[in-house]
Design a protein around this ligand. Sequence first.
Ligand code: FAD
Length: 302
Amino acid sequence: MARDMNRPSRSVGAGIGVSFEFFPPKTAEMETSLWEAVTRLAPLAPNFVSVTYGAGGSTRERTHATVSRIVRETPLKPAAHLTCVAATREEVDDVIRSYRAAGVRHIVALRGDPVGGVGSTFSPHPGGYETSTALVAGIRRVGNFEVTVSAYPERHPESPSLDADLDVLEAKIDAGATRAITQFFFDNAHYLRYLEKARARGINIPILPGIVPVLNFKQTASFAKKTGASVPRWLADRFEGLDDDPATRRLIAAAVAAEQVLDLVDEGVEDFHFYTMNRADLVYAICHLLGVRPRALAGVQS
Ligand code: FAD
């Protein structure tokens, strides 16, 4: 009883920070649902919202259009993702300058996946940035941006060990990164162990846990396999038999995410990054549980 009363998750609210990740929409319909999600989540006053990036001209333009619209139409601070894939340094530098011209001051810098897909070998584009570390340095050279990078609590699938990954995180910080967001994970022990190892090495930047609400278990499990995130047996058991029961699945998804974030709060975590999949409802509910409530914001247009 006494333990319950003293749990930080029993008095959340003050001090909890959130950020939200979106992907750029491909169709007018997807644009509408993205914007509905942005409009619903914006009053929660996130520290920033980030927009993912893909290789290839059209997806680059979609990221640019989305972050520009966020700058123009909301009080939110967007972070534009950027990768080294399929572009020369000059082309990437042009994208960095175009973000700056659009009013973006924060970039999430990533190496990106190999052109042949996850599992194939990454070869840098001839004349391109070779690693995420080089990209971070390039961004800092081109403009005065805040730079966030990735972190992998269960190690990156191409990395030989967690220590090798932490070496890379250190290199990215030395190059100018000031924040990391983790790949999603389901077992908090992975994140807490990673954090402990990072802190023991003197890595002191914020390392935000990336939280993914499981809207579709099969899809999430197959994505997790590619990214190296493990799917615990207990999680599969919770969704078992619900393939044709989306209503119950949603309730389970909410319960699973709630348990995960509240447990992290009890472990002292105060900042959370949500992979929203451009859907607001579940993330909004989890934020509510965290004590993050709407504030009146000027400039949010629906
Ligand atoms: P890195 O930190 O670059 O590490 C990748 C691998 O390369 C590791 O094995 C590492 O050990 C090795 N490595 C890196 N630098 C060096 C070096 N200097 N010397 C030796 N080895 C090195 N992908 C997209 O395409 N678009 C996105 O918008 C996007 N957003 C993401 C957001 C987050 C929060 C995360 C966690 C991932 C995201 N990804 C995105 C996926 C990411 O691009 C892939 O996981 C990619 O395979 C690795 O890029 P990275 O920058 O995360 O990894």
